[in-house]
Design a protein around this ligand. Structure first.
Ligand code: BDP
Length: 695
């Protein structure tokens, strides 16, 4: 046998091995959307193999190395074929990776203009012919763009898209695309439902769990480029040298994947760990302490991203403890980080009832008056809705109301108020609804997406944060379908205009199967799930009908600690009616939105049903657009929602045996519980409201 034949025989043997082994291999969800299982359609498998006989890439640094590794791993899994690192002697196609600076082959293609347009993290994918061979080019200005482009190419292969005549240019619309981990130092996760923290503080820095590299791969595949690794309810000890060494060890593993580490900072740290008598931001010793702390961090982590800060919120310390403003606090930290290129993400999640009796109005009142007083390297980080990650809220009125302060949107991927890791709720439709909301800040079309992209008001920096749903569970997210939320968040962070339908389709193909019936069944379930959840929990603008666990229905909850942690504060049901009057006659929360929203939402007749009881208090006999009374409409939503959840279970059963059993059974068990819980929500809420509606 000559060498070429030997190679072919080896390749065939390898193929046989891969395909024989595939069905037997159990799947537990660990591989996420990077499963790289063999392409089922043989013609396509052969075609992809022919296009990828070789990977040509410069030696490069660590990022280039992980790009090549990923491509090899992906192609090996998908085609059963090992791409060589040098162009093969036959006429097979090659994938060429690189930057004009690192790769003469890329430089020769004269892609300067295209690369300039995609920026520092973007990339281009091109199909060209070189010496009569098909060549797929993954080019970027920097290696990180090459890595992102590599994942894009793999995604096309994984989702059955054509890769033969590529002409793709991609650049991220937001600069900082972050996860926020609410991980505590004892390994627990605040509002985490998928096991323990991924960071093993006891073993670090000597041992870094190999899982961290897989976490980085998954994030990089989406374009996520930063991670705040500790809870916003921050323990100051994270800033001690011993812990900074551990943080640096994590940062080292994430760095090749373009992911920078950030920390949540406790505002009292100068007192609690620094030995100072005060944490007053205008005290010179305090400012010096933070400057020294920043120097200490950057000595270990040169690309450290900066601090997230929850101040004067839910008992956390902050500048107001010293009669200073949020801007005083944020600016002092920003000054400490500025020379190193770090940023402060100052959260707007504040609700002080001395500011306004209506909780949803307070952040706007506290922050709009500070617009223009923050340093350039300060973001104000704002939750999507005015209250707190409810299943449906109107967008936060701060979006569009801070022209001089870059606003970072904060989404919650972990399903604190959306069924935790028991209910399947695909969040992309909710996020798109938020991102596509028109703020009218600079006339019609001033969507939230354009606000955070700095397109409505010119922001010096842009970003988005998502509270992570990951944990130590083998499948990362507890619920197998909740992986879709991590995926959708990351993809929307890259491009807030992507459609939930497209993202669901892509995720299902990569994670479950390309088979049409399976794709249709799972995407349909995902795309219905958020509205179904709203229907059986909090329809028509109702919100916060929960108690302490934030999971089970508890409309009767009257929290003895604070009224605005109660359910009754938010629905105010009585024999007269239900809902909160936030019109001009009521709390005037509508006044924080611009025209025409403030007029539209001030009148029940022009308020969309979905937000009706958010903005209005109405009698049970109120006549809805449907012709039904409000009471009948409420009952019909609860009924429809519970039926919808039951239908998910049936839909899932219809694909039994067509996807791997282990993952199918695990999701089936969750959907079964969801159907039971949805019926419980319906029964509890309908019975509760009935005592007022039909006494
Ligand atoms: C609430 C959570 C709480 C968080 C808080 C926050 O229940 O655990 O600390 O948000 O965002 O929804 O700070």
């Amino acid at each position: 046998m000559d060498n070429v034949t030997k190679g072919r025989v080896a390749a065939v043997a390898c193929l046989v091995f891969v395909f024989a082994a595939a069905p037997a291999r159990g799947e537990d969800g660990y591989d996420l959307w990077l499963r790289y299982r063999p392409i089922v359609d043989e013609a396509r498998r052969v075609e992809i193999s022919a296009h990828a006989t070789a990977i040509v890439a410069p030696a490069g640094g660590e990022t280039m190395r992980v790009a090549v590794d990923e491509l090899q791993r992906g192609l090996r899994g998908l085609t059963g074929h090992e791409a060589s690192r040098v162009p093969a002697p036959d006429r097979g196609g090659a994938i060429v990776l690189g930057t004009p600076a690192s790769s003469p082959a890329i430089a020769a293609l004269r892609l300067e203009e295209a690369l300039k347009a995609v920026g520092d993290e973007g990339y281009v994918l091109r199909s060209v012919r070189v010496q009569d061979r098909p060549v797929t080019v993954v080019a970027a200005r920097h290696d990180i763009g090459v890595l992102y482009g590599t994942f894009h190419l793999l995604r096309l292969i994984q989702t059955s898209a054509s890769v033969t005549s590529l002409d793709v240019s991609e650049r991220p619309r937001l600069n900082r695309r972050l996860l926020n981990h609410w991980d505590n130092m004892d390994g627990s996760i605040e509002r985490g439902y998928a096991g323990r923290s991924l960071w093993n503080w006891a073993a670090l820095p000597a041992t870094v769990d190999s899982r961290i590299a897989d976490y980085a791969r998954a994030n990089a595949s989406l374009g996520i480029n930063g991670t705040v690794i500790n809870s916003v309810n921050a323990n100051a000890r994270t800033l001690q040298p011993e812990y900074l060494d551990k943080v640096a060890a994590i940062a080292r593993v994430l760095r090749p994947y373009g992911i920078r580490v950030y920390l949540s900072a406790n505002f009292s740290a100068p007192r609690t760990i620094g030995g100072l008598a005060t944490a007053d931001p205008l005290d010179a010793a305090v400012a010096a302490w933070w400057r020294a702390k920043a120097d200490e961090i950057y000595a270990r982590i040169p690309d450290f991203g900066g601090f997230a800060v929850k101040a004067n919120s839910e008992g956390q310390p902050g500048p107001q403890d010293y009669k200073r403003t949020h801007a005083d606090g944020a600016n002092m930290l920003a000054d400490a980080l500025a020379s190193h290129g770090g940023v402060v993400m100052w959260r707007a999640f504040v609700y002080d009832d001395s500011v306004d009796p209506d909780r949803v109005k307070r952040a706007y009142l506290e922050f709009t008056r500070l617009d223009g007083t923050f340093r350039d390297n300060v973001f104000v980080q704002v939750k999507n809705g005015a209250l707190d990650f409810q299943p449906r809220e109107p967008f936060h009125p701060l979006f569009g109301a801070m022209p001089k302060t870059p606003l970072m949107a904060e989404l919650q991927i972990t399903q604190e108020y959306l069924g935790q890791s028991t209910h399947a709720v695909y969040l992309a439709p909710m996020w798109r609804e938020f991102l596509a909301s028109d703020t009218f800040a600079a006339g019609p079309g001033s969507t939230v997406a354009r606000v955070i992209e700095g397109d409505v008001h010119p922001y010096a920096d842009t970003g988005i944060a998502g509270v992570a749903n990951t944990g130590s569970d083998r499948n990362w997210t507890g619920h197998g379908l909740a992986q879709a939320n991590w995926h959708a968040y990351g993809r929307l962070a890259w491009n807030p205009s992507l459609s939930p339908e497209g993202l669901a389709d892509e995720w299902v193909r990569m994670t479950w199967s390309n088979e049409a019936r399976i794709v249709a069944t799972i995407t349909d379930l995902l795309l219905r799930s958020r509205e179904t959840y709203v229907d059986y929990t909090m329809p028509l603008g109702l919100h916060h009908l929960i108690g302490g666990d934030h999971y089970a229905p508890m409309p009767e909850n009257a929290d003895p600690r604070r009224a605005d942690w109660s359910a009754i504060y938010y629905h105010r049901a009585s024999r007269d009616g239900v809902g909160v009057d936030r019109s001009r006659r009521g709390t005037d929360a509508v006044g924080q939105y611009r025209s025409p929203l403030r007029e539209r939402w001030a009148d029940p007749a022009t308020t969309p049903d979905a937000l009706l009881l958010w903005f209005h208090r109405l009698p049970w006999t109120y006549r809805m657009a449907s012709g039904r009374t409000l009471w009948d409409e409420i009952v019909s939503h609860y009924t429809r929602g519970a039926e919808g959840a039951a239908a998910f279970e049936q839909a899932w059963q219809s694909i039994a045996g067509q996807v791997d059993a282990e993952r199918h059974v695990a999701v089936a068990a969750k959907l079964h519980q969801q159907a039971i819980d949805a019926a419980a929500w319906r029964d509890k809420c309908v019975a509760y409201f009935r005592q007022f509606a039909q006494p």
